[in-house]
Each structure stands twice: as C-alpha cells, then as structure tokens.
Design a protein around this ligand. Structure first.
Ligand SMILES: Cc1cc2nc3c(=O)[nH]c(=O)nc-3n(C[C@H](O)[C@H](O)[C@H](O)COP(=O)(O)O)c2cc1C
Length: 189
C-alpha cells in the first residue's frame, strides 16, 4: 500500500509540509509505505489546453509533472496538501490539478483513495476542502476526508487548532493519514 503526500506550498518546511508529514506518519502507523513530494522546487507549468492528452491520456508538456504523473499512477493513496491563498488553492496546487486533466478521460486515477490537507491562517479552508473533494470525485477517487491546520508563520500550525472542535492540527492531520490507509485497505488495496 503506497501513499503519496503532495506539498503544494512554495514555503519549504512550512505549515502544509508539517501537516502532510504528520498525515504520512499516520498512514505509516497503519502499514502504508509513504513518499513526500514537494511541488514548489519543481518545474510544473500550467495546462496549455493543447489536447494532446486526449488520445491516450499522456501529457505532451515535458516538465517535472512527468515525474509526478508516474508517482500518482503508482500510488494507492494521495494526500494532497495546499495552503489557502486568497480563498483558493495555491498556484502550485492549481497547476497540478489542471495537469491532471490528462488522466481524466482515461480514468487513470479512478479507484485511488485521496484526502486533502489544508494550511490556513484564518479564512477559506472550508471552501478549499470543498474544491478538493470535487476534484477527487471528478476523477472517481475514494474521498477519505480532509484536515485543516490553522497557523500563519512557518511552524505555527504545530500549536494551532485543527478544523474540528477540540482537535489540534497535528492530531487531525495524523488521523487523516490513518483514514487514507484504512480506506485503501477497505477497498482491497
Ligand atoms: C499569497 C497568500 C495568500 C493567502 N491567502 C489567505 C487566505 O485567503 N486566507 C487565509 O486564512 N490565509 C491566507 N494566507 C495565509 C496562509 O494560508 C498561511 O500562512 C498558511 O499557513 C501558509 O502555509 P505554508 O506555510 O505551507 O505556506 C495567504 C498567504 C499568502 C502568502
């Protein structure tokens, strides 16, 4: 059982990364083999709508997304982490989401399990979670929930609350990871 954690914040070692690492630790507790992938230090451009992918679901843009495509295909579970930027996902996250268009028609992500991790200072996490769930569902992925961590400066999320009342951000992230692994197991992965 392989679980891939994506960090779509431009801040290395930031709150999204802290939370995704915690979620992966939760998945490991339940027996998953995990990998962390930082999107920020990669070259992943936007979708250019060339439609070259329509034939076989293979994107023609030759950049680091080609590596990420392989990692997404190999994973049973995907933990997608993004900070909230202006009540939306980060630009880095949006590039990955748009480039996943190559997989859509061919159902290449169908049946995988996915969860979202959101780092936010104050406002917008609920909307971003909703966007993520819709993206998972469009691909036919099993939605294994999501976690929110509140914090502004790098590391603040360690002491910040999660999205559920009385739960810390780190506890929430860890439980998301456990849930991803449990869902994969339940689905026979
Ligand atoms: C360009 C930009 C836009 C942001 N927009 C929001 C926002 O709409 N709502 C909010 O609560 N926080 C917003 N924030 C704060 C981040 O969500 C918060 O600092 C988060 O913890 C960053 O995660 P990171 O450390 O992984 O980068 C914004 C930060 C930046 C840099």
């Amino acid at each position: 059982m392989k679980v891939l954690g994506l960090v779509c914040s431009p801040r290395e070692g930031g709150n999204t990364e802290i939370l995704v690492r915690e979620a992966l630790a939760g998945a490991e507790q339940k027996g998953a083999e995990t990998e962390l992938y930082l999107v920020a230090d990669k070259n992943i451009g936007p979708c250019i709508a060339c439609e070259a992918c329509s034939a076989e679901g293979v994107c023609a843009t030759d950049d680091d997304m080609q590596v990420l495509y392989e990692k997404l295909l190999a994973a049973d579970g995907i933990i997608f982490g993004t900070p909230v930027y202006f009540i939306n996902v980060s630009a880095q996250a949006k590039a990955v989401i748009d480039r996943s268009f190559a997989f859509l028609r061919h159902g290449k992500l169908r049946g995988k399990t996915a969860a979202a991790i959101i780092a936010v200072r104050r406002v917008g996490a609920g909307q971003v979670l909703g966007l993520m769930y819709t993206w998972f569902a469009l691909h036919g992925m099993n939605v294994a929930g999501g976690g929110i961590g509140y914090g502004r400066e790098k590391g603040e999320v360690r002491d910040g609350p999660g999205g559920s009342p009385g739960v810390t951000a780190l506890d929430e992230a860890r439980s998301v990871g456990r849930n991803v692994a449990r869902t994969i197991q339940r689905m026979g992965g």
